[in-house]
Design a protein around this ligand. Structure first.
Ligand SMILES: Cc1cc2nc3c(=O)[nH]c(=O)nc-3n(C[C@H](O)[C@H](O)[C@H](O)COP(=O)(O)OP(=O)(O)OC[C@H]3O[C@@H](n4cnc5c(N)ncnc54)[C@H](O)[C@@H]3O)c2cc1C
Length: 359
């Protein structure tokens, strides 16, 4: 019999989870309190930079890197498939990643060698960052990016084409502890029925589940980004000490982002705009005086050590969690979705699921 699944949250994690479940023959509904693939208040997936790489992977555990590596390797084919099947181009681009000092060169080179990732010591000036001519940098040519709003549009279209039901502008209420989950109520009093439910509600996941036994350590972490359109753009992603600039192929340039522990406050601030633009101008002085085309923010699902929860609920039957991807949910989503789908369908997962278990 066809399994009915309800996914709570239509960000990248919910959409990729839906794709994996559809491929396994499930009948899937995504419940999203706003609109899928649109910019509303705080959702992380639209707002993210789209770098398909965990910035400084040598700082993270093997469990984090297993997910990011598996997913990063899947993105080229995934975005081509989405383009072919939906006509929407996600702007997948192998733009490479230029790491500027200060960073731990030995740790970086060792990690890249162990993970078969090309890493070349270069002078920053070789990459049209003239202002940094003397700086020793590390060039990672295989690092890729996607354009999150376009990727989300492609996903949305693919899911509609593949008969996923989208219940938008529909919010589910926080769950009470129960032994078995067969129904879940919306804020307006409707009842949704399914064989299995998956929480993919990003920064809001703990709010939904805090009255259950799940020990979820997830809190919102705001990130702000600025958008420019310089006359001459960078050709690669440039990273320096927690700050990055991402050139888009149509001439735009993103600069960001911050990591702010401000609860569910999604508003952008003038103070951060000034801080980001000063950092951007330190790398590209020509940005001084240039208009900031857009300034936005997103609330990441923050977790200790950036470790997501991909797991059955510890005590509620039929309930699963795929959440808490913090800074790298755009990168991790394809691998994380494969893992949760395997767990839900009783398949042997490709990755060991134990590091991501919910206690
Ligand atoms: C500024 C910034 C830059 C980033 N850059 C990168 C990057 O370069 N690379 C990378 O890999 N990652 C990046 N990230 C992180 C990445 O965006 C997130 O990890 C990822 O988007 C999380 O996806 P999600 O689907 O879990 O959450 P979200 O996209 O936030 O989706 C959760 C959804 O659940 C819905 N929801 C919540 N509660 C309910 C409810 N009760 N009922 C119904 N729906 C509900 C919300 O409306 C929301 O749409 C960045 C994030 C930010 C903010």
């Amino acid at each position: 019999m066809t399994k009915k699944v309800v996914i709570v949250g239509g960000g990248i994690v919910g959409c990729m989870t839906a794709m994996e479940l559809v491929k396994r023959g499930c009948q899937v509904t995504i419940v999203e309190r706003n609109q899928i693939a649109s910019q509303t208040s705080g959702e992380s997936s639209w707002a993210g930079g789209g770098i398909i790489f965990p910035l400084l992977p040598w700082l993270y555990s093997n469990a984090v890197n297993l997910l990011t590596n598996q997913a990063a390797n899947a993105y080229r084919e995934l975005s081509q498939r989405l383009l072919y099947e939906t006509g929407v181009d996600s702007h997948f681009d192998q733009s490479g990643f230029l790491l500027l000092p200060a960073f731990d060169l030995t740790a970086a080179e060792t990690w890249c060698a162990n993970n078969q990732l090309a890493a070349l010591p270069v002078k920053a000036s070789a990459f049209a960052v003239q202002s940094l001519s003397g700086e020793d940098a590390l060039w990672l040519p295989s690092v890729c990016q996607i354009r999150p709003p376009y990727f989300m549009q492609a996903m949305r279209r693919w899911l509609v084409q593949n008969k996923v039901t989208m219940l938008e502008n529909t919010e589910l209420v926080p769950l009470q502890q129960t032994a078995v989950l067969n129904t879940w109520n919306t804020l307006t009093g409707d009842t949704l029925t399914a064989d299995q439910f998956v929480v993919t509600s990003g920064a809001w996941s703990f709010e939904l589940l805090k009255q259950t036994s799940a020990q979820l350590n997830i809190k919102p972490m705001r990130g702000q980004i600025l958008l420019y359109k310089p006359q001459k753009n960078l050709e690669q992603i440039v990273y320096r000490e927690g700050f990055y600039m991402i050139p888009r192929r149509d001439g735009y340039l993103l600069a960001g982002s911050t990591l702010e522990d401000v609860g569910f406050e999604a508003a952008v601030t003038r103070e951060v705009r000034d801080e980001i633009s000063a950092k951007a101008q330190a790398i590209m002085p020509e940005l001084k005086g240039m208009p900031i085309i857009k300034h936005w923010s997103g609330l990441r699902p923050g977790t200790p050590e950036n470790l997501p929860t991909i797991s059955a609920h510890p005590s509620i039957e039929n309930l699963y969690l795929n959440t808490g991807h913090f800074r790298y949910g755009l990168t991790m989503a394809p691998a994380s979705a494969k893992l949760i789908a395997a767990l839900m369908l009783g398949e042997k997962p490709e990755l060991d699921a134990s590091p991501y278990a919910c206690r």
